[in-house]
Design a protein around this ligand. Sequence first.
Ligand code: SF4
Length: 171
Amino acid sequence: MCPTQAIVAPYQLDARRCISYLTIEHKGSIPEVLRPLIGNRVYGCDDCQLVCPWNRFAQITGEADFAVRNGLDDAALVELFGWDEQAFVTRLAGSAIHRIGHERWLRNLAVGLGNARTTPEIVAAFAGARRSSVCAGARSMWRGRRRATAASAERVLMKVSKALTQRRKEN
Ligand code: SF4
């Protein structure tokens, strides 16, 4: 049931393997060995909640704060990956997702995209014009690849992220 086998024994959970921890709380790189297991979960997981016996008593809330925003329940990862920092801040204001920040959001999306079947849209997203000035190296990593993996996707992102940070320091 748990995609990453984070529940290691009765009443014991290894948070270092939990997708909710890795995509929300964890800073830095997601361990390569876990990336393929994350699938397209880009913010949390909670698959274990589906089998939690207590949740059979749960009711769907009418609380507006819990309603879907910005069509996030039906958005393509590649589309979300295209949000720049301003779009991230504006569209996720008031959402719990907002607190992970734009870079962690992109990191998670990169893992999800790396796990997806490669499409021209995904390759173009990584090689996008907005990033082209800072990620020539990243673009070349993609060139010639027949299939993107989560590992390579995240490596690309880390390169882009480092280049952006460097550029900010220089300006
Ligand atoms: S949230 Fe997901 S990854 Fe974490 S323990 Fe539950 S099922 Fe496993």
